[in-house]
Design a protein around this ligand. Sequence first.
Ligand code: T46
Length: 152
Amino acid sequence: MQYHPISHDIILMEAKTELLSFPIHGDSRGSLIALECFEEIPFAIKRIYYIFGTQKNTPRGFHAHKELKQILISVSGSVTIHCEQNSCKRKYFLNSPDKGLLIEGLVWREMHDFSPDCVLLVLANQHYDENDYIRTYEEFKKIVLQSLNHEE
Ligand code: T46
């Protein structure tokens, strides 16, 4: 894992997004997915939360994290996750419980087009910490620029 120091007091983790596939244990009764730390999930889980009952045309997110690692799984319904890292923008359509979107480090994320039945499960490697959030796009772009300049 690479870390990019951008000032004397801020050290940022490398930004990364990756779509993971989880094995389905299926039989005549239906399906089961098991997730274990350091097996299917590449970190120790410290927090779980889930987003549901999202209102129509109501996006969420619009922030980045400095160091948090998370995996987003749409266990029911669908949602589109818009990610931006190092000026590269990607959209991930999550509509299956066997797919998980890993988001690490300095990635701007927005959640759009929740289906009414969407339950978005999130596994995180840290407890809730408001200080880890970058809440404005301007601040996000500024920190990305600082970190890129530092690499040169
Ligand atoms: C993220 C995306 C995918 C807590 O008290 N504990 C928690 O662990 C979380 C995640 C939130 N909260 C409180 C803070 C706010 O008062 O719940 C409220 C809603 O949180 P927020 O507006 O940050 O929710 P989203 O859906 O915009 O973002 C969330 C996560 O916060 C964020 O880390 O990556 O989901």
